[in-house]
Design a protein around this ligand. Structure first.
Ligand code: HEM
Length: 136
């Protein structure tokens, strides 16, 4: 079956046990027939029915097997509209370029702040040393 492009609103309509879609890493899965098989129980899946469950899925630390179990359930990809929630936490080294950029941006930003703080402290230390040696 060809993959559909669905919006959040479309996915949100599939939020019952008999018709259950979830979004994981911007891909849409029809997990209706998987709910009863889920080793983690149906409750957690019903909690995220029709929603982005990337975070919930990744927080559990699902195995490669679990990821493989997703493949046959794929029905489409997510089409983000302006104002939709941002992508959830990406996989380490994830394929989604948008998600990757945002996390890389934060990482680099954080390094920059730490580095800058270090430089300022070092500069101040040097300055004080110089002042002291001039006084002596
Ligand atoms: C929608 C696609 C999902 C699939 C295909 C899936 C698949 C699996 C599989 C195969 C396992 C067995 C352990 C493993 O191989 O990692 C598992 C365990 C588990 N899953 Fe999921 N899962 C999905 C979504 C979720 C979500 C959204 C949650 C939300 C919290 C969740 C919570 C859990 C928990 C708590 C376990 C551990 C159960 C235990 O060890 O007692 N799963 N899942």
């Amino acid at each position: 079956m060809a993959l559909q492009e669905l919006t959040y609103q479309d996915v949100a309509e599939h939020n019952t046990k008999k018709d259950l879609y979830v979004v994981i890493h911007d891909k849409i899965y029809d997990i209706t027939n998987f709910v009863d098989e889920h080793p983690g129980g149906e409750e957690v899946l019903l909690d995220v029915a029709g929603q982005d469950s990337t975070e919930a899925f990744e927080d559990v630390g699902h195995s490669d097997e679990a990821r493989e179990a997703l493949e046959p359930l794929l029905v489409g990809t997510l089409k983000r509209n302006p104002g939709d929630p941002k992508p959830k936490t990406p996989l380490p080294g994830a394929v989604s370029p948008a998600a990757n950029n945002s996390s890389a941006g934060l990482g680099v930003g954080l390094y920059a702040v730490v580095l800058l703080g270090g430089l300022v402290a070092f500069g101040a230390y040097q300055y004080l040393q110089q002042q002291q040696s001039q006084q002596a």
